[in-house]
Design a protein around this ligand. Structure first.
Ligand SMILES: [Zn+2]
Length: 272
């Protein structure tokens, strides 16, 4: 790839909560993040569960993304674990519709290749497809990255998107993919919750994404703008601007939106 070619955007979602979303008291304790209509409709619709809405937005704009699902039940990491089988029908229809499903592996699995194998197998059974990508829940720092990558390779993964070098802003380093330990790495460039922390106006959400695209324009080949938008944030203040972001990406000729699997094909130069 040359700098003149469109910037690859890896569009992705982490599914941190089970299919029923968050408990009502949890939502009510954060009611200021939501529209009144959302709060008034809690009995009908849990605002932490937005897979159908995300699929609908992306379908409308002809884009596909990757959803990372958790599988480990014996974890103490919040939010509470869920049984990924709950999502079987959603996962199967995502896969047949061209979306990718990846593993949102538990933090406890970083140093355990067998646990990563187990998690991968569980998700492959539910999805009926081969799992190529991983993103570790709670992200991974530089200290543990090589350990994780070696273990992912051993477990049969092809790519990872767990590392976030800078949490306070989007930097060039977070927009450059590379290969290490036999694994293709796509660092997280934009994480929804992290870019929202210092915003006052919701209109700034799109501006932040545009700034990141502009940053990528000046980078050499190997650049990838990886966007993480949590499934649970779609109805929240700032997070609800997702459709605007998708519309911008779909209509911008400077970018090309991919799943993680689609990106592998671009980098390997051969079909996955
Ligand atoms: Zn997570």
């Amino acid at each position: 790839m040359t700098p003149e070619e469109p910037i690859p955007v890896f569009l992705s979602h982490d599914v941190d909560w089970g299919k029923t979303g968050a408990p009502i008291p949890h939502v009510l304790a954060r009611r200021s993040r939501f529209d009144e209509a959302v709060i008034n409709n809690l009995d009908e619709k849990n605002p932490y569960q937005n897979i159908p809405e995300i699929l609908e937005i992306e379908e409308r704009h002809g884009l596909r993304s990757t959803f990372f699902f958790r599988t480990r039940m014996d974890t103490h990491h919040r939010p509470p674990p869920y049984d990924v089988k709950e999502y079987r029908s959603e996962i199967r229809s995502m896969v047949s519709g061209g979306w990718e499903v990846g593993l949102h592996s538990d933090h406890l699995s970083i140093q355990h290749p067998l646990s990563l194998v187990e998690e991968k197998k569980t998700l492959e059974k539910v999805s009926g497809t081969k799992i190529l990508g991983n993103r570790t829940h709670y992200t991974v720092g530089v200290d543990h990255q090589d350990l994780l990558l070696g273990n992912l390779k051993q477990a049969g993964f092809r790519y990872d998107s767990s590392i976030k070098y800078r949490r306070d802003r989007v930097t060039a380093r977070d927009c450059l993919g590379f290969e290490r330990e036999g694994i293709r790495v796509f660092p997280i460039s934009i994480m929804d919750a992290l870019i929202f922390t210092d915003l006052e106006d919701e209109g700034d959400v799109l501006r932040r994404v545009q700034q990141a695209v502009n940053l990528c324009k000046g980078l050499p080949s190997g650049r990838v703008l990886t966007i993480l938008w949590h499934n649970c944030s779609l109805k929240m203040r700032f997070g609800r601007r997702y459709s605007e972001v998708v519309e911008y990406l779909a209509s911008n000729e400077d970018v090309t939106v991919k799943t993680g699997e689609g990106l592998l094909g671009m980098f390997d130069g051969d079909p996955v």
